[in-house]
Write a protein that binds this ligand. Structure first.
Ligand code: PMP
Length: 437
């Protein structure tokens, strides 16, 4: 018989990491309900602010932050209290608009430049799949353009090309997660290009512009490495899609509510037709959104189905409203300031250690690229010294700094971080870099 799983403080007698992994492997495929989760061999029993604790009592400064949702900090009391106030009043019901739903949609419309109308959903994949359906219905076209290495959720055609998986001779990098539910049979309506390669975008539009329904892109690449758009690249996408009657969709699942309440589009000054939001919008609660031009969005619920049972759940919406309040009250500025301090410290440590590497990122995001030059495309990002990167990750893990499990995936910080957390991370990195140099 199984012992009861104790949470959150894991008192004496609770299962330890090894035992929990063995139990998980017996009943859950791969030992965790999300592929990448079983790659970090800790069983976490407590989360607070910038920290996670495993069952053995080891504390980590968490730079994974659930791949993005935790933007304020783990178990944020303001967010949790907002959710508690909501669940004392209402639960999920399917009768008309919900107060939190309307308020959150209004807030998103007021802060996100591309948002005239908003639908609230549960996951980033939901928002991007609906964007795909809407773009096809709106334009009456099938073909989509996307970029290598841009992860747009686990489902269907948007997963194609995340890891070169449909191109013969382009094996995925050794430590890349798979690209979800992509089916190579769908490849004829998906054109996958190199991010930041303006010429290839121009060529594709010149040859096939009339059949393209939409271009999907992260406006700042976070899925693998951290790469800024080349000067003029987003503007070019905007110009070509407009000229050819296609839609421009920004996947701001990682950038939205993290770098700017108005998304990276507010920083770049390029406004897409639709924007997918997820992750950080609810600080870990389940909520996502698709926002966009009213004439495009109005297809949802009419020509394109939107009947998700748990869409606009009041708990997620309450969490998002509280998250926006905290981000507006200086949270985003604090993350930018601490992110800058971290990237500068890491760059110094890399230089001192004499290691071939560099650090890139924006706002709260950061990554060490284990190569001479910062990568600009996904092809460059995977052309890296994976062995050294993995040795660094393990050394950091030993030192109590939790990094993403894959060498080329991005790390980040949260509002709850202090300058001490940043400096502890830099000191650990300085030692780890010397170890791997
Ligand atoms: N887009 C981007 C840029 C992402 O990073 C992710 C999640 N890693 C998604 C979409 C999918 O979001 P979800 O996992 O919530 O479906």
């Amino acid at each position: 018989m199984s012992t009861t799983i104790q949470q959150p403080d894991a008192p004496v007698g609770a299962p330890k990491s090894q035992e929990m992994f063995e139990r998980a492997a017996r009943v859950i495929p791969g030992g965790a309900s999300a592929g990448g989760r079983s790659d970090l061999a800790d069983y976490i029993v407590r989360a607070n602010g910038a920290y996670l604790w495993n069952a053995e009592g080891k504390r980590y400064i968490d730079h994974l932050l659930s791949y993005g949702p935790i933007v304020l900090g783990h178990a944020d009391p303001m967010v949790n209290n907002a959710v508690k106030r909501t669940i004392d009043r209402v639960d999920l019901n399917w009768v008309g608009p919900q107060a939190n739903e309307v308020e959150l949609a209004e807030r998103i419309v007021s802060v996100l430049p591309s948002a005239e109308k908003v639908v609230l959903m549960n996951t980033g994949t939901d928002a991007l799949q609906h964007a795909l359906h809407v773009a096809r219905a709106f334009t009456g076209r099938q073909t989509i353009v996307k970029f290598h290495g841009h992860y747009h959720g686990w489902a269907g055609q948007l997963g194609i090309g995340a890891n070169f998986d449909v191109e013969p001779g382009n094996a995925p990098p050794p430590d890349a997660p798979n690209s979800g539910g992509a089916d190579p049979r769908d490849a004829d309506t998906v054109i996958v290009l190199d991010w930041n390669d303006a010429d290839s975008v121009r060529q594709v539009f010149a040859a096939r512009g009339a059949e393209i329904a939409a271009v999907f892109t992260e406006p700042y690449l976070h899925s693998y490495t951290n790469a800024a758009p080349a000067p003029g690249f987003l503007e070019l996408l905007r110009e070509l899609t407009t000229r050819h009657g296609a839609l421009l969709v920004f996947d701001e699942v990682k950038t939205g509510f993290r770098h700017h309440l108005g998304g990276y589009q507010s920083i770049a000054g390029v406004i897409p037709d639709m924007t997918a939001l997820g992750k950080a919008i609810g600080n870990g609660y389940t909520i996502s959104a698709l926002a966009g031009r009213a004439d495009v969005m109005d297809l949802l619920g009419t020509q394109v189905t939107i009947d998700g049972t748990f869409y606009a759940n009041p708990y997620g919406a309450a969490a998002a409203l509280a998250t926006i309040d905290a981000l507006e009250a200086g949270g985003i500025e604090k993350m930018w300031m601490l992110g800058e301090r971290l990237r500068e410290g890491l760059a110094r440590a890399i230089q001192d250690a004499g290691v071939t590497a560099n650090v890139t990122g924006v706002g709260s995001g950061w990554i060490i690229n284990w190569r001479e030059e910062p990568p600009v495309t996904f092809r460059e990002a995977v052309d890296a010294d994976f062995d050294r990167g993995e040795a660094f990750r393990v050394a950091m893990h030993d030192a109590g700094i939790l990094l993403p499990p894959y060498v080329i995936t991005d790390a980040r910080i949260a509002v709850a971080y202090t300058t001490d957390d940043i400096d502890e991370t830099i000191e650990a990195a300085t030692r780890a870099l010397k170890l791997v140099s």
